[in-house]
Write a protein that binds this ligand. Structure first.
Ligand SMILES: Nc1ncnc2c1ncn2[C@@H]1O[C@H](COP(=O)(O)OP(=O)(O)OP(=O)(O)O)[C@@H](O)[C@H]1O
Length: 294
């Protein structure tokens, strides 16, 4: 299948700063990709190049088969900036009609777009009365104008409460299921863990890791943590375990996990409970960033 976004050998230098260095990646139709990286890693620079807002120093970028910023690319790409600002005195409907007019689309699309993001009931209220989550939905509704094939979202859920975040990702899932590609940057590692198909980790402008979370987990080969709760009065023979509030904490290498679990299971009734904690995305992210010299 033809990629929606293809980036090859992308390098961007500002005066004295290399913001991106030889980055190569692609995003397929319907794929949800998270772009992770510390402050200054180059995420926004990459997004600006994809959108055609700034030129690259070297390398090739193709957006839906066209050059970034060309009329053909702009017709197929939508962007949601981190802090989208709207006119507080306009209603959601008026704001959307304004955006539709700018894109040469009929004003009648305003209400269906707002309904698509769950703002149908609030469409005639002023945006100044909207919550942050509702304003973010206006941003997404504006990004949906013209059914874009690629959505570039800069920290779309920052400042949203957990329920609004879940709803926002549910909307993205629906768009991806209909074939839209999604590239989003985030510092909220735990949420992208569950809601994206592939993770890209940028560190100092370099792509230091790329793949589905399960692959990154395997590559990082980080230890697995186990929490074992002994039955009252039972003594468990688990060398290296540290007791924390009556629970034994221990770690083992990935390839030792099954043998250790078998050993604990063989302890039978002496074990009241057992929890296996795989390395989190935070652990994996730190591993790759540190390896890159952070
Ligand atoms: N216009 C510019 N002129 C000079 N340097 C720049 C410019 N824009 C970005 N940079 C530098 O490029 C590097 C990458 O910045 P960028 O904004 O892409 O990072 P980021 O990953 O988006 O960070 P954050 O998470 O803080 O938004 C930083 O060192 C930044 O200072």
């Amino acid at each position: 299948m033809t990629s929606t976004l293809t980036i090859s050998g992308l390098t961007k230098q500002f005066a004295g700063v290399t913001a991106l260095s030889d980055v190569t990646l692609s995003v397929a139709p319907g794929e949800r990709v998270a772009l992770l990286g510390h402050n200054g890693a180059g995420k926004s620079t990459m997004m600006k190049i994809i959108l055609g807002l700034i030129p690259q120093t070297a390398g090739q970028v193709t957006v839906c088969g066209a050059a970034p910023g060309s009329a053909a690319a702009r017709a197929q790409v939508a962007y949601l900036p981190e802090n989208a600002a709207f006119h507080p005195a306009l209603t959601g409907l008026e704001q959307m009609r304004h955006y539709l007019a700018l894109r040469g689309e009929p004003a009648t699309a305003a209400l269906p777009l707002l309904e698509q993001v769950g703002l149908g009931a609030a469409a005639r209220r002023r945006i100044g009365t909207y919550s942050k989550g509702m304003r973010q939905r206006v941003g997404l509704a504006q990004a949906l104008i013209g059914s874009p094939r690629l959505l570039v979202l800069d920290e779309p859920t920052s400042g949203l409460d957990p329920v609004s975040r879940r709803d926002f990702y549910a909307l993205l899932d629906g768009l991806a299921a209909r074939g839209a590609s999604i590239l989003l940057s985030s510092h909220a590692l735990t949420e992208v863990e569950a809601r994206t198909d592939r993770i890209l980790i940028l560190s100092k402008g370099r792509l230091v890791a790329e793949g589905p979370l399960a692959d990154l987990r395997r590559q990082a080969a980080l230890p697995v943590a186990l929490h074992v709760t002994p039955r009252a009065g039972a003594e468990l023979d688990l060398p290296g375990a540290v007791a924390v509030g009556g629970v034994l904490h221990l770690t083992c290498a990935q390839d030792e996990k099954l043998a250790l679990l078998a050993r604990i299971t063989a302890m039978g009734d002496a074990v009241a409970d057992l929890e296996v904690l795989p390395p989190s995305l935070e652990d994996i992210y730190s591993h790759f960033s540190q390896r890159a010299g952070q």
